[in-house]
Design a protein. Sequence first.
Length: 605
Amino acid sequence: MLETKIWPVEEMVHEDEFTDRVELLRELDQWVKAISRMGSWSTALIAPRRIGKTVLLDRLVNTVFFKPEYQVAPFYFKMKREKMTLKQFLLEYATTFFRQYLAYCEQDADLFNQKIEMEELLDYKTTHKAGIMAQEYIRRFLKRYNRHGNEDARLHWEGFICEPERLASHSGTRVAIIIDEFQDMKFYVYDMSPELFADMDSKGRLNGTGAINLPATYDRQAQSKKAPMLVSGSAVTLIFRTVMGGPLGGRFDFMYIKPLTIPDGATLLLNTLKYYAPDKVTTSELALYASAQVGGHPYYLYCLATSKCGGKSFEDENAIDRVIRYEIENGKIYGFWLTHFDDNRKYINSDDDLELGKKIIYYFTQYNNQPVDIKAIASKLKVPKQAVEQKIEKLYLADLVYRTAARYYTFNDICLMRFIKFVYEQDLEGVDKIDLSQRNLMNTLKGKFLEMVVEVSMMKFNYEHKQGSWFAKAGEVEVPLFQFVKTTTIKGAKTPSYQVDVFGKEEKCNKVWLCECKYTKTQMDMKQVKKLESAAQVLIKTHEEEGTKVPDIQLWLVSTGGFSTEVLTYVNVRADIYASDYEGINNLFKAYGGNYSIPQFAVNG
């Protein structure tokens, strides 16, 4: 258990506050594991601010540190927004690397983040081949570092960047170079003497201008297969440009971190209430409502749990709406985005016509997680399309929209949209009011919730053995690791189309799962079974038409209302059909992180 051992990284949340991210953690774990066979590319994690990337990296390091069989040492460097000379920075960077490398070799979690000088690492007792070799590298580093002054710092830095790769090559223990806030390495390190640095700093002349663009110096390291890089940053546009352009262009893969799923967001809220507002109780249904209203965003859910809203309550939907509105208009969500807008004022308010700029921002709020219709906004405001394009480009630079496939999209962030509406609508006269209410979202959520629960659970499967009774089978059932899980439509060239509620493709073999979900209090009958079997036949037909190998097909029936006797008899003689009633799917959901019972909404269908 986490609480019974020392972890290399002190995490910022309680163990059970860390919610979901199983699929992403598994993918990153496999990225680390593959380094041992030189099978990983340098990768950039792209995520808006406060989406939980640092918490994710902390958990990743704590996970892979205790896997000596990987033979990959995690080197985890968190870039601080602290100005320093290059010679100072080099010593901090190198000390961190050697200390963490030795810690991994000896599985000494306490050493990983110990405040210790590099010279002391020479006295550290290690019998590990890679550890002994690392100490020899330390001796050579200190000899050069102490012999030369600041004038040699740039050469020493560029020489040291590849030191992890060289050590990994000679020792056999590879390295995963993990750098958080990578883009900040452009702005805080100066190649100058301590005297000049102190003088310029006292005069306020160290404001980013003249700092070394350290990310650009990783052009060789970013291509390493023995010590590849995993970098992240909260300035989405800046981190994207840092690794896509200039010397690093073409060297990085990308992984995007999204908000939590709505069910996992509900789990997070219930967990955080337990710690920060234990006297505020709510139901699983209302936790789902709150999660849906903030789009499953982990920071916003934390804000709700810790809100200082007077009379804070989660006893009904209206009470939750009041807390959300307080946070957006007065609380931490308000302060978070107000600070962001202030920090990016040069982009947001840099218009010849300030009122027009505000109107453009205001109207763009209606495109939550959708492509921004620049033409429609231009038509609405009766201004040239170019004026809208110029403003949206500035919003991109301010990390309020993102760009993909040459189109602009707003982030999936309903609270940001509501903040913008609150800030700008009161200043604009004669604008059409935009409705950002999500009141009807709960009805949609109720209809889709069981599918979401099944999808979330399937994404977390990883070859575990679960009670067969949860699937209407005797003994145990092994659940596979899926390559992907999604809702899909199956259709052949000359067949009807069938929507499959949840479709999963296994990771290692040619096998798929087709799931039919029925979220009612009435029993599932043979009609739904035959529908799913028809979908399976169409899937077989499509593979035959395409000349591809037909996969093994596992059918899974999930019904909160249970099953008719006819269905259960049918399932009993079919090894390729599983059936989970309310108790079965509820147990599965809880086994994979759900800390509440699946609500039984009053929904028919």
